[in-house]
Design a protein around this ligand. Structure first.
Ligand code: SF4
Length: 294
């Protein structure tokens, strides 16, 4: 049973114990599940391995979604990153490629880890695997940071939402970016409070993002929003580590996200009734997949 209703409760518990959020959460999970810490860690390790497999699959050149609407985004971005000419630089470009790969793998019905959802599944692995592969962070630290990301995700889910159908895309890609931002801060040696700051900044910067999947499929704009989420996560983590305060406390950001989600019209909550899904091209693409709907 997860016992934190607020991010700041989690932060204060970690600070009181003088340990990282991940260490605290791993111990809590082990106690509540009646398992050893090693057993719980090994479960997370399995998720980490799935994430790695999704990246490998999603970077393949000929990957196509079931609908035929998307495919190859991860491959293209990775090739571009390798030219060394990208505006975002090598590290961010490769992280974007990994996130596109995982989201593309999902659209092709491949195996992914919902983190927190399938639509936003590329953001956490895009950030974390890049920290390992490009910056040499040890695998054990990466896996531990997933406990921090997960803990933030649980609080977001209970206090606000992680479903596009109830909270818009801010709840999916926004939450994933916030979870990843917190994990990145911990990986960089930041404090639990800085993890919360990064989460707050990421949520604030994604507030109001609508859920408008073309043809109701988790492809357009979902796949590219994963790359956008990666950039949000890294920039939020960097701001928090630099001491740039979010000003609005993290749990108030989550409450605002919940209120904004409630205020969004149904057309912008995964119904394909508004936003990009309702554009002339969005409707044509829907016809391409499903035929004309009277
Ligand atoms: S647009 Fe909707 S379906 Fe797509 S990732 Fe965002 S919340 Fe999920």
């Amino acid at each position: 049973m997860f016992k934190y209703d607020a991010i700041m409760e989690l932060v204060m518990a970690a600070e009181a114990a003088k340990e990282n959020i991940s260490t605290l959460v791993l111990r809590d999970h082990a106690e509540s599940m009646g398992m050893t810490e090693l057993e719980v860690y090994e479960k997370m390790e399995l998720d980490y391995m799935v994430m790695r497999g999704s990246i490998e699959e999603g970077l393949k050149k000929n990957l196509k979604s079931m609908s035929g609407l998307t495919g190859g985004e991860g491959y293209l971005m990775n090739e571009y990153a390798r030219t060394g000419k990208s505006l975002c630089g090598d590290f961010i470009s490769k992280a974007m490629a990994r996130s596109l790969a995982v989201a593309g793998c999902n659209a092709a019905m491949g195996r992914i880890v919902a983190s927190p959802t399938a639509g936003s599944c590329g953001i956490l692995p895009g950030c974390l695997i890049s920290m390992q592969d490009e910056k040499g962070i040890p695998e054990k630290d990466i896996i531990m940071s997933m406990f921090t990301a997960g803990a933030f995700g649980i609080v977001i889910a209970t206090r606000a939402s992680i479903a596009g159908a109830s909270g818009g895309c801010q709840a999916e890609c926004g939450s994933a970016a916030a979870m990843a931002a917190a994990a990145l801060v911990e990986l960089m040696g930041g404090t639990p409070h800085q993890c919360a700051d990064a989460c707050a900044i990421a949520i604030a910067n994604q507030l109001g993002l609508v859920c408008d999947p073309v043809a109701g499929l988790v492809e357009i704009p979902c796949i590219k929003r994963n790359a956008g989420g990666v950039v949000t996560a890294f920039s939020s983590a960097d701001m928090a580590l630099a001491g740039v305060a979010p000003k609005i406390p993290v749990d108030e950001c989550l409450d605002a996200m919940s209120a904004v989600g409630d205020a969004l019209p149904t057309a912008l909550k995964e119904t394909a009734g508004g936003g990009l899904a309702a554009t002339p091209t969005g409707r044509k693409l829907q016809e391409f997949v499903f035929g004309k709907i009277d």
